[in-house]
Ligand binder design. Structure first.
Ligand code: IFM
Length: 457
């Protein structure tokens, strides 16, 4: 099952999850430093230290990418390294780290793909309300301008945000991510401000862009699955997909919030009042491609009571039951269904005709250990990886314009509220010694990359 010529193969990470070195070279505290230092917020009391010590070990990590054979590396910049308090002049030592990283990637023949925001908001901005405060939109735009002006002579691929769903809904709605606020209305306001920050930063970067640069947004999607395709079940699925996916997608593609989603959340009286004239036109600034993160489907059913307040991350959702996932599950308790990725990509192609898609994250956590033979045998991850690659191939065969696949993640890393216990890496990290070991899944991925093809099941 061969992929198109020029198909982009890569891996993805994010700053807070791998860098460590949270107090060096002028870096300011981020909301994740604060959250992780708060007892009970992160499993095992884990923090952003040591993570993978990527701040100093990046040459070794680039060597791992070379060994995988990938041509692209998606990583994020830590805003608090570049502007320690979120505003004001750039910290040269923070920029210098990303200079070293980008230069070393280019030297290795690997294309850097920069994400500006993967959830590590400077704490000083959170102290003023964070993403609920509209001023954060302009601060983000200024940060984007600084980062893009500095690295734009070498970096061609720019993504504004990774998965705005997570900082908005998990961070402000149910509080299981930083900054730990539990208020569904704030979640919707944060979502709007994140989208506005995306659009405004996109326009600011385009205004100073060099030829050949591309700008994008990365969204996460979880296909809703129903046991019975009757009207009530399909309506439940539509509500879930609306609040989790279309609320972020449609304003970017079409400059409107979906009417059904606006009406679903109207009782919170939060989203509509946050929208000002001109916002949606800004959010709809054209993107060059859409990044798609997919891990698992969500099983849904209608609730008996239409006003039943659905527990979980979706702010204001009513009348829907989120059903338990069906096994075998990954270590994060997520259902595994590769066909849902094919369906998702096909659906996106219908939603956004002509828009190139990249699978910017996909992967699975399993409790891996280094075996006595010195290897890491991870048959479940290998099976998950190959099944999802076949699913991407199926979408391409069906005519979807998928340009690349970036495996999550290069390394085992800090998996947010789960701490270091949930391992998503193709490469195992022993956090006590920082030893890196290729897992069997890494060997399998390297084979696929080398062949530009995945073997049929
Ligand atoms: O580790 C995260 C990543 O930061 C964002 N997308 C999902 C991954 C796995 O949970």
């Amino acid at each position: 099952m061969t992929f198109p010529p020029g198909f982009v193969w890569g891996t993805a990470t994010s700053a807070f999850q791998i860098e460590g070195a949270t107090t060096v070279d002028g870096r300011g505290p981020s909301i994740w430093d604060t959250f992780a230092a708060t007892p009970g917020k992160v499993e095992g009391g884990d923090t952003g230290e040591p993570a993978c010590e990527h701040y100093t070990r990046y040459p070794e990590d680039i060597a791992l990418m070379k060994r995988l054979g990938v041509s692209s590396y998606r990583f994020s910049l830590a805003w608090p390294r570049i502007q320690p308090t979120g505003t004001g002049p750039a910290e040269p030592r923070g920029l210098a780290f990303y200079d070293r990283l980008v230069d070393a990637l280019l030297e290795a023949g690997i294309e850097p793909m920069v994400t500006l925001y993967h959830w590590d908001l400077p704490q000083a901005l959170q102290d003023k309300g964070g993403w609920v405060n509209r001023d954060t939109v302009d601060h983000f735009t200024e940060y984007a301008r600084i980062a893009h002006a500095h690295l734009g002579d070498r970096v061609k691929q720019w993504t504004t945000l990774n998965e705005p769903f997570c900082p908005a809904y998990l961070g402000y709605g149910i509080g299981i991510h930083a900054p730990g606020i539990v208020d569904p209305a704030s979640a919707l306001v944060a979502a709007h401000h994140l989208l506005l920050a995306h659009g405004r930063a996109m326009t600011a970067m385009r205004a100073q862009a060099r030829p050949g640069q591309q700008f994008s947004l990365v969204l996460n999607f979880s296909t809703a699955r129903v046991a019975v395709a009757d009207e009530a079940h399909l309506a439940a699925a539509r509500k879930v997909e609306g609040l989790s996916g279309r609320l972020f997608l449609e304003p970017v593609l079409r400059g409107v919030y979906p009417a059904d989603v606006l009406s679903e959340v109207a009782h919170l009286n939060a989203l509509a009042p946050a929208i000002r004239e001109g916002d949606l036109a800004e959010i709809a600034a054209p993107i060059d491609w859409l990044g798609v993160n997919y891990y698992n489907p969500t099983r849904v059913a209608p609730a008996a009571d239409p006003l039943y307040e659905t527990p979980g991350a979706l702010p204001g959702l009513r009348g829907v039951e989120i059903l338990p996932p069906e096994g075998p599950l990954t270590h994060t308790g997520w259902e595994q269904e590769a066909a849902a990725l094919t369906d998702l990509l096909r659906w996106l192609a219908e939603q956004a005709p002509g828009m190139p898609l990249l699978v910017t994250e996909n992967g699975s956590a399993f409790p891996d250990e280094v075996s006595p033979d010195g290897q890491v045998h991870d048959p479940e991850r290998t099976a998950y990886l190959l099944a999802h690659l076949r699913a991407v191939h199926a979408a391409i065969q069906a005519g979807v314009d998928v340009r690349g696949y970036l495996a999550w993640s290069l390394l085992d890393n800090f998996e947010w509220a789960f701490g270091y216990d949930k391992r998503f890496g193709l490469v195992h990290v022993d956090f006590a010694t920082q030893a890196r070991t290729f897992k069997d899944s890494a060997h399998a991925y390297a084979k696929v990359v080398a062949a530009n093809a995945v073997a049929p099941e």
